[in-house]
Design a binder for this molecule. Structure first.
Ligand SMILES: C[S@@+](CC[C@H](N)C(=O)[O-])C[C@H]1O[C@@H](n2cnc3c(N)ncnc32)[C@H](O)[C@@H]1O
Length: 150
């Protein structure tokens, strides 16, 4: 149920960054999305494929298929911590997205949208939605209109 609500935020071809076991990628695929999970963990890739999703073993900071063309990038369950630098991760995610694309980020329950506004702005993104989805809290980031960050 909570997963469904998060997946409802995904539009068009979706890249799940740090997809873990792959349940979300599999469900997006069942829904008819072009969906790809990437993860540095071989076990995550195997699990995602076993569930019926597509996944590749990739470091998000290295070569990723479809760079600049993804409509949604999904970061769930703590994946904002990949690389231990949210600004660097968001900057990288922005380059993976189509300029009209969006990044759906699941954050911890105590997170205020303002907590992410700074790193998002520095990465050239802005918060366009913040909301609780079941027990999970998500922010949606889109390309900033003020021309910040390259
Ligand atoms: C906190 S887990 C979240 C798993 C999944 N998103 C979920 O919702 O269950 C973070 C995931 O990111 C993966 N990961 C860590 N560093 C990565 C990197 N540089 N590029 C891609 N995936 C990475 C880990 O292997 C792990 O599966």
């Amino acid at each position: 149920m909570d997963d469904d609500a998060i997946l409802d935020l995904c539009c068009g071809p979706t890249l799940h960054v740090g997809c873990g076991p792959g349940g979300l990628v599999a469900e997006l695929t069942r829904r008819g999305h072009v969906a790809l999970g990437i993860d540095v963990s071989p076990a995550a890739v195997v699990s995602t494929v076993d569930r019926g999703g597509s996944a590749l073993r990739r470091d998000v900071f290295a070569d990723v298929p479809g760079q600049g063309r993804w409509h949604t990038a999904l970061l769930t369950d703590g994946s904002l911590a990949i690389g231990d630098d949210p600004e660097a991760l968001l900057r990288r995610v922005r380059r993976l997205l189509d300029p009209r694309g969006r990044c759906v980020v699941e954050v911890g329950p105590g997170t205020d949208p303002d907590d992410l506004a700074g790193p998002a702005r520095a990465a050239g993104l802005r918060v366009v939605h913040a909301g609780r989805h079941g027990s999970r809290f998500c922010l949606v980031l889109a390309e900033s209109t003020d021309g910040a960050a390259g």
